[in-house]
Design a protein around this ligand. Sequence first.
Ligand code: ADP
Ligand code: MG
Length: 314
Amino acid sequence: STPVTYSAGLAAAAQRGIIIKGGGKLEALGNVKTVLFDKTGTVTTGRFTLRHLDVVGKTKSRKELLELLSIMEAPSSHPLSACLVAAAKKEGIVASTFSPTEHTILKGEGVTAYVDEERVYVGNERLFKRLDMYDISSQHIESARQWNDEGGTVGYIGIDGAKGRSIVGMFCVKDTVRDEAYDVIASLLRAGIEITMLTGDGDGAAQAVGKEIGLPSTSIQSQLLPEDKLHYVSGLKGSSANKHPSFSGKKNLILFIGDGVNDAAALAVADVGVAMGDGAALAMEMSDVTLMDSNLSKLLFSMKLGAKVITTVK
Ligand code: ADP
Ligand code: MG
């Protein structure tokens, strides 16, 4: 293949909507041996739909659950929040007489707020186990397992109020794998690149997506907090043979690709951080490369282009 100079390479990339912060990073792309993928919004589209909503116990009706979801998720910017607000709206629930107070994001777990003088929680199994509120029937546990197997993200609604504390509803939201992800993963594997998918999502949903795109279960790390993603990347960097402070000579570089605020630290610490262009501004800020249209095929293009770059002797 014809070699390219730094400037020609950067221009060719820019023309395709790939913004690379300098020739050194373009060259680094050609020396990547490990690619770490975020799941939600990166391997998948991040555009969720509500698949299931079940009443748990007798405290709330389905309509009341939708109203609670709408109240709790409206202030949140998590990718799954918008679909819950939209689902409520679709069933005619728009505004509420109650607005949430002390609304708080629980990192990697969900959200909490006071609604009508009761503390409400919306979040994953991890949250309700931590609160010691994960007390549902075996039938509901079976539903959650089935929804996970479908690749869905399972959430719960819990209330801690005058009448006690319990889970009152459960739901499943799901987004879809990006069309090009299958080919991209297959090409990288064929090229001998090591792949791991890192996600804050539960293991069931993560394994289902991994299976769909052809990754072995050992290549998936689930239930990670943002700092866990960071530690995973820095741990790999530390264990690779290349600990040189400068890029020159490094041949086993680690690339992390993600889209969210929760990916910012991992993007910054990776040898090459790649941000999806429709993701969080902070992710782009912390990255070396931005794929403006979020097409994963452009990751392959960038890595191939990097391999063609002539190393200039300084
Ligand atoms: P990721 O974006 O990789 O899923 P996060 O740390 O943002 O990682 O979230 C981890 C998990 O916490 C989500 O998969 C979901 O189960 C739960 N979660 C986060 N935010 C919310 C929310 N606003 N409502 C319900 N569940 C949430
Ligand atoms: Mg993401």
